[in-house]
Design a protein around this ligand. Sequence first.
Ligand SMILES: [Mg+2]
Length: 245
Amino acid sequence: MKTAPPRFKNMKVLLAFDNDGVLRDESGSYQRCVTETVSFFDRGRIATPKELRESMIQSNNDWERTHGILMQRGVRVGFERVKRHFQDLYLGRERDFSGYINDEPWLADNGLLAKLAEMQRLVIVSGAPRKEIEYTLGRNEASDYFCFIWGMRKSKGKGDGLKKAIALFRPELTCFCDDRPSPIKSVLGLDLNNLFAYGILPPHAGRGWRKTLLDAGAREVFSDVNEYCRFLLDSFEAQEQKGLV
Ligand SMILES: [Mg+2]
């Protein structure tokens, strides 16, 4: 049984969402870019599952992961060339969003986002480039629900992005959600009053990931973003029924 976040009544609440692994499933498209970029620079030898797994531990950045695998194989190629080829596959050679970005499943139920957006402000705080987030929102008809996006270049990490969002909107309560432990630790490290961090299990989450997110400090962990949205809506609606909101 999930518990409602306390003190929702009459409050201006900022709902900050992570993008990758929460709103969109980028894992397949990124993995395909890593695999095929490695193959391109190393005579058709694609990245092995073991290389993919180990590179994931070494870096959260997929350009660095790809470059790292090639370096470990002794292939001498510059980081910028690797990144350029990766982006050719991901966004298309003309950067016209014609690449694998179009294969990413959308994870959110737009009906739930719409209901939340009627009640409170929704923003995205993400490590992905802002243009890619905007494209994904547009492709999935979800642009109207989010009033601001902090992407890769707009902020130095999750904690910084969230601090900027709070400074702009001055909420009384902030609910943040993410699928990885480091952002949860980073926002809790801000030591702000009235900030709740929740965990969302990403698609294909391994066993034990729920505990990983709880250990990072998540108040609760939800199976997906829709379960989290329903939890928030229930919290608001329970207050409404009592005539509190
Ligand atoms: Mg994420």
